[in-house]
Write a protein that binds this ligand. Structure first.
Ligand code: XLS
Ligand code: NI
Ligand code: NI
Length: 438
């Protein structure tokens, strides 16, 4: 059965195309800097936004019109799987991502819930086999159910911690079974609402304990995927511990988890933390921790995670620049953690959203590749820091210099700085590339 009969497989038609259901920039087999666009971009569909969520918000009831409407329970879950694989195929996207609770309904006990999960996981496994589609990552939803009101790994209730641990165990088994390339932890409620009732040290220690248990269990069952933490500063909690890339890295290093984890960086989470997306990618990259990306965008006028499809070519270009500088995403990918707006309730809007998201990043890749190739910023940066390549600068970076030796060197020397940072010039160059790269 065709769930999306009005859509044929989306094709690349080039920049001049006026077909809204065609790619203008994403040409999967086109080679950019020695790799195909498909290999660079590794797009993934988020199961939750595209197949599970209903359009409900704090003020409104479910309103999405979907071909699986009218089904419930496991039947609904099965319809969604069928529709999902048709969607992946028609979009030409090779990867997908899900939370455990996106794909199958909960039962009364964890045992029953796991049984439901097993039914859908084996169905997904069969579909993966016949379609060649792959699981970029899976994760566990430890934030929706009322039992997680105070957190999961950071809950004050030991039973909730135990439940969370068991849920992670099952999640890793699913990851192994489906060959997930990564495994994500997003700590939706791992934070606090008020410090007045919070033992922060115990909560952080416990969170780290859960992560260590996950590493141990992955080793035990032979799961080789990359572990990822997805930072987010707030929402739903007032303060989330994995606030941003820098705080997540500090946490991982403090608890001796930095060899096992990288980060999954989401654009909208960056802006919520008061950073640009490229800042978060840059911070992660220089620490060897840029693992994967949730490609979406926020609305700068709104203070929450609007999870919009990425359309901002400026941001996508600067993000792809960091990704290229990282030598690519390796086992990661560009997951569209993005949803159509509530008023875009028809099924075809799901295709429009993914088409524009993929084209935005494809175009970003092309422009970023040219910026890298022409060393537009590299040359300038090299020149800007050249005082560290010889003389006193070399003494500083080699560790030879001391406060005393630097004082001796500088005490009688007048210091003035007259070299420009050339920000305006560099931004003009960036604009020129954005507009002119073919
Ligand atoms: C929510 C997060 C979530 C993660 C996966 O803001 O982005 O969707 O990506 O749990
Ligand atoms: Ni996300
Ligand atoms: Ni998010």
């Amino acid at each position: 059965m065709a769930y999306f009969p009005e859509v044929k497989r989306i094709q690349y038609e080039g920049r001049k195309s006026t077909n809204p259901l065609a790619f203008k920039h994403y040409n999967p087999s086109e080679v950019v800097l020695g790799k195909t666009m498909e290999e660079h971009l590794r797009f993934a569909v988020s199961y939750w936004h595209t197949f599970t969520l209903s359009g409900s918000d704090p003020f409104g009831l479910p309103n999405m019109i979907r071909p699986w409407d009218g089904y419930s329970g496991l039947d609904l879950a099965k319809k969604r799987v069928e529709a999902a694989f048709e969607f992946f195929e028609k979009m030409g996207v090779n990867y997908f991502c899900f939370h455990d609770r996106d794909i199958a309904p909960e039962g009364d006990t964890l045992r029953e819930t796991n049984k439901n999960l097993d039914v859908i996981v084996s169905m997904i496994r069969e579909y993966m086999k016949s379609s060649g589609k792959k699981l970029l990552w899976n994760t566990q939803n430890m934030f929706s159910n009322p039992r997680f009101a105070h957190g999961a790994g950071t809950s004050p209730e030991a039973d909730v911690f135990a439940y969370a641990a068991a849920q992670v165990k099952k999640g890793l088994e699913v990851a192994l079974e489906l060959g997930a390339e990564n495994y994500v932890f997003w700590g939706g409620r791992e934070g606090y609402e008020t410090l007045l009732n919070t033992d922060m040290k115990l909560e952080l220690d416990n969170q780290a304990r859960l992560f260590h248990m996950a590493c141990d269990y992955a080793d035990e069952i032979g799961f080789k995927g990359q572990f990822l933490i997805e930072p987010k500063p707030k929402e739903p909690t007032k303060h989330q511990y994995d606030f941003d890339a820098a705080s997540a890295i500090a946490f991982l290093k403090t608890y001796d988890l930095d060899k096992r984890f990288k980060l999954n960086l989401e654009a909208n989470h960056a802006t919520l933390a008061g950073h640009t997306f490229e800042h978060e990618l840059y911070v992660s990259r220089i620490h060897g921790m840029l693992g994967s990306v949730d490609a979406n965008q926020g609305d700068p006028l709104l203070g929450w995670d609007t999870d919009e499809f990425p359309t901002d070519m400026y941001s996508a270009t600067l993000a792809m620049y960091q990704i290229l500088k990282n030598g690519g995403l390796h086992s990661g990918g560009l997951n569209f953690d993005a949803k159509v707006r509530r008023a875009s309730m028809t099924p075809i809007d799901l295709f429009y959203g993914h088409v524009v998201g993929m084209d935005t990043f494809a175009r970003g890749l092309k422009v970023a590749a040219k910026l890298v190739e022409d060393k537009v910023f590299d040359q300038f940066i090299e020149e800007r820091y050249k005082s560290y390549q010889s003389g006193i600068g070399q003494d500083i970076v080699s560790g030879k210099a001391t406060l005393k030796s630097l004082e001796d060197y500088i005490i009688d020397k007048p210091v003035t700085v007259t070299t420009s940072g050339r920000q305006e010039l560099l931004l003009a160059k960036l604009n020129q590339y954005l507009l002119e790269v073919e």
